[in-house]
Design a protein around this ligand. Sequence first.
Ligand SMILES: Nc1nc2c(ncn2[C@@H]2O[C@H](COP(=O)(O)OP(=O)(O)O)[C@@H](O)[C@H]2O)c(=O)[nH]1
Ligand SMILES: [Mg+2]
Length: 435
Amino acid sequence: MLERISQGFQKFLKRIKGEGHLSQYNIEPALREIRLALLEADVNYRAVREFVSSLREKLLREEVRKSLTPYQTVVKIVHRELTELLGGQGGKPLKITPGTNLYLLLGLQGSGKTTTAGKLAYLLREKGKVILTSLDLKRAAAQEQLEKIARQVGADFLPAPSSMEEALKELEKLRSSSYRFVILDTAGRLHVDEPLMEELRKIKEFLKPTETLLVADSMTGQDALLSAKSFNETVGFDSVILTKLDGDARGGAALSITYTTGKPIKFMGVGERMGDLEPFVPERMASRILGMGDLLSLIEKTEREVEEREARRLAERLRKQSFTMEDLRAQIKLLKRLGGLSKVMSFLPKMPGAGKIDDKKLIHMEAIINSMTREERERPEIIDASRRRRIARGSGRPVSEVKQLLKGFFQMKKMLKSKNFRKILKGIDIDKFIR
Ligand SMILES: Nc1nc2c(ncn2[C@@H]2O[C@H](COP(=O)(O)OP(=O)(O)O)[C@@H](O)[C@H]2O)c(=O)[nH]1
Ligand SMILES: [Mg+2]
């Protein structure tokens, strides 16, 4: 991701590192590395010029020249400037209001709108009910593609009627439905074209979406910027989702789309799977570009991978109806580490009777399961009163708590056997978004 730009910054830092202190003379060749890299990566040339001159000015300030370790000061300054260019510290989250939220996706054909609609649904479904619908009324294939994606991520799908008027009326009705999120895919063209823009403008005017998001393909460089500009001027949008950052070594659009349009990047697509959409965090992206080993990202990625593996394993067990105490323990471990919002938790049934689960309670539950024998964990139905007493003693918890845990477990198992739950489970095709 953004390799070329990253190389440029690293060359810059290496040159700086070799200098005792910074001066007008030794800073120019170093800055040149950045300028070249940015231009080669298709960053808008005005953005490059402004960025480099602002950086130069800050680097040449008194305190940097006088500081004993200019290198670290420089890294800090460059990081801050890059963060600014990328949209500023913290980034901007997606706007979510109480009630039903409607998100309108715009973009050229092939930019990744339909895929992104699914990814967004996948991210949001932990927060509430999601429905996907496509206003690409002319192409039957567009409807089919989105319907398939909706099924994959476990979101609902609203097939569009054949006329735009009817479609908009249907959507208006959804406004006062129990859906928390309505995600609207639209038709795209290969190039910006007047009738399409007019249609999108009308849609936007009529529906007044909570947020209108431009989906832009980062691999298309300057074209992405140009089309973003015309979408901004004709239809207007609130924020940007950059796609295909995984595939591109240049990706200059990432660095100048905010500069060009004044609109923040909110998400980035980093692959073709439904889980491959990440919030865009400017300072983190800046760290990545500077090659400071994006520790945060790495940690998150590892967590996600462990979680996905675990999710798949648990789902398999649930399908086979062989959920045991051992699995409950795995679930508790995940809860402890990742909290209730994790992907796994979103499709596991809640433990009945457990009430509000806090960390202490989880530790106690785990202690109780740890005190069971292996056989008891596999077949908890054999746990009688004397075993309960032994387990209580072993875990240092009262017998009543052991009883409560067992009761909760059996209720959970019963729930797993229910038709309803099996239907839900069948609907989730985990392999679709876990490799
Ligand atoms: N590698 C990668 N491919 C993507 C990403 N987003 C979308 N794609 C692919 O881009 C192609 C076009 O996507 P699609 O959603 O149909 O674009 P649309 O015409 O704007 O609806 C598909 O093959 C997607 O799998 C991404 O973040 N990374
Ligand atoms: Mg599409």
